[in-house]
Design a binder for this molecule. Structure first.
Ligand code: HPA
Length: 249
């Protein structure tokens, strides 16, 4: 089936280690980012760099397997190109996923947090360049949140809710920075998602966001942080969120 004839209503962005999510989909087509004009490529291990079209349950979706980040030296416009492309296909609801460190002592690594708000600490935005005074009072749809919470409860899956702080990276945070983030009201910290969410809302899409809490943020636990740990925990947790989405979509 040619992907041009598919009209997915839902879009998904799969974060670090969460690419295996597509194994739960009935796949129709796969399009490398390199084949789409204007889409930048990711240089991060664990980010494949293609759109996968398929079905989750009975719903047609397009999943971005791998994303580009500001810390790769990309601009806010480049980071959000995939969101605009999905919107041009007709996508109206977007599920953003990411790997994140937990800075809430009550949210353990290995569990999922649904975003109820964010702190954009990247000091940039895809809306730069004009008087784009978009309302951001409900970035993450209340209606979608209620739907996902209900399904997670039915499945017995722990789904925390909290605030995601999006930082530039690429280095992980210092313990002092994590204490600052907790003071600011963050429950999880990562290096993606916020710009995509802003872009999607500006285009009128409904947005949901999920953080796979792959590790304690720096200083919350003894030890150091590494990307391998992030990928491994993400892989193990992907199936849990896949089950929730399968039922909720
Ligand atoms: N900090 C920032 N980004 C992350 C982390 C973290 O602890 N874990 C996974 N992505």
């Amino acid at each position: 089936m040619s992907w041009q004839s598919l009209r997915p209503e839902w879009g998904l962005v799969l974060g670090s280690g969460l690419g295996s999510f597509v194994e739960r989909m009935e796949i129709f087509a796969s399009v490398p980012y390199s084949e789409i004009a204007g889409l930048p490529q990711s240089s991060v291990p664990g980010h494949a760099g293609r759109f996968v079209f398929g079905k989750i349950g009975t719903t047609t979706v397009v999943a971005a397997q791998g994303r580009v980040h500001l810390y790769e030296g990309k601009s806010a416009a480049e980071v959000t190109a995939g969101v605009r492309w999905m919107q041009s296909l007709g996508v109206q609801r977007l599920v953003l996923t990411n790997a994140a460190g937990t800075c809430n002592p009550a949210f353990s690594p290995g569990s999922w947090m649904m975003l109820n708000d964010h702190l954009n600490l990247t000091h940039t935005t895809p809306l730069l360049g004009g008087a784009n005074f978009f309302d951001m009072s409900e970035v993450y749809s209340k209606t979608l949140r209620a739907r996902f919470s209900k399904v997670a409860a039915e499945l017995g899956t722990t789904l925390h809710e909290g605030v995601y702080a999006g930082l530039l990276g690429p280095q992980y945070e210092t313990p002092a920075e994590v204490r600052m983030l907790r003071t600011l009201g963050a429950d999880a910290v990562g290096m993606s998602t916020v710009l995509e969410a802003i872009q999607a809302r500006a285009l009128g899409m409904e947005v949901a966001g999920f953080s796979c809490l792959t590790n304690w943020a720096a200083g919350l636990h003894p030890g150091t942080l590494g990307h391998a740990e992030v990928l491994e925990t993400g892989k193990a947790a992907a199936a849990q969120l896949a089950a929730v989405l399968e039922r909720a979509l």
